[in-house]
Design a protein around this ligand. Sequence first.
Ligand code: AMP
Length: 281
Amino acid sequence: MIIRDIATLKRTVRQWNQAGETIGLVPTMGALHEGHLSLVTQARARTQRVIVSIFVNPTQFNNPTDLATYPRTEAEDIALLPDVDAIFIPTAEAMYPEGFSSTVKVSAMAETLEGAYRPGHFDGMATVVTKLFSLSEADYAFFGEKDWQQLQIVRRFVQDLNLPIEIVACPTLREADGLALSSRNRRLSPEARKNAPALHAILQEIATTIRQGQPIAEALDNGMKSLIAAGFGPIDYLACCEAESLTSVTTVFATKHDNGALRLLVAAALESVRLIDNIVI
Ligand code: AMP
């Protein structure tokens, strides 16, 4: 069932709730690929009703060209979702009617990394995700680790605002050569596509050397050099952070941390296509 208006969505979820059925939400911006579909599979396994939302949210784009060129493939997306209960495709006018004035703002952790390079991005994301949670009355929402900072920010405001929803993290799906699946990959030239897997390979190299005891700052320095040598640029950030708070960690040795407590995150462009990735240390 394709739902384009808010009233129909509300009516539908009310019926499901009255029948005592659990609801899972997978928020997306469309241009669906296997990574998105892995979230849908997890939702299917966990909840009785699954809603996929497709909405290219204008308020989370700080760059108008990025918004204008963001891939839109609605017919293909719908064809990829034969067994979900609802596909919610609202218009920007329905989500942001005249007079709309509210923002969900997460401080500190939303201002670093992606937040520093995309001002307002996480405010827009947090606001639209809060609206989607509210509209869908979902019990669970599924987010990819691919967007690690986004996942941590969503967890934060769900906890802070006591939202009645459980966030489920889903592992990053990768191509065989290690490149994380992303809607932006389709913009890569054949040459750039060949070089793109170096992003993940270099993260792995850095993680290995840190695990072996190399000081973090030194490992990041070497990583930067490798990224430049592999043709990436500009490199917005390459950082080692506490996995949940996203506080930058540069001086301690990773061996003092528990497994999974640290995360490496990177954003770098290849021929003007901006790619992000992250892995556990
Ligand atoms: P997007 O359409 O880019 O906003 O992504 C929608 C959801 O799919 C987000 O929770 C992403 O983290 C997730 N996602 C995107 N790419 C991947 C991937 N390669 N593996 C797992 N999840 C992903």
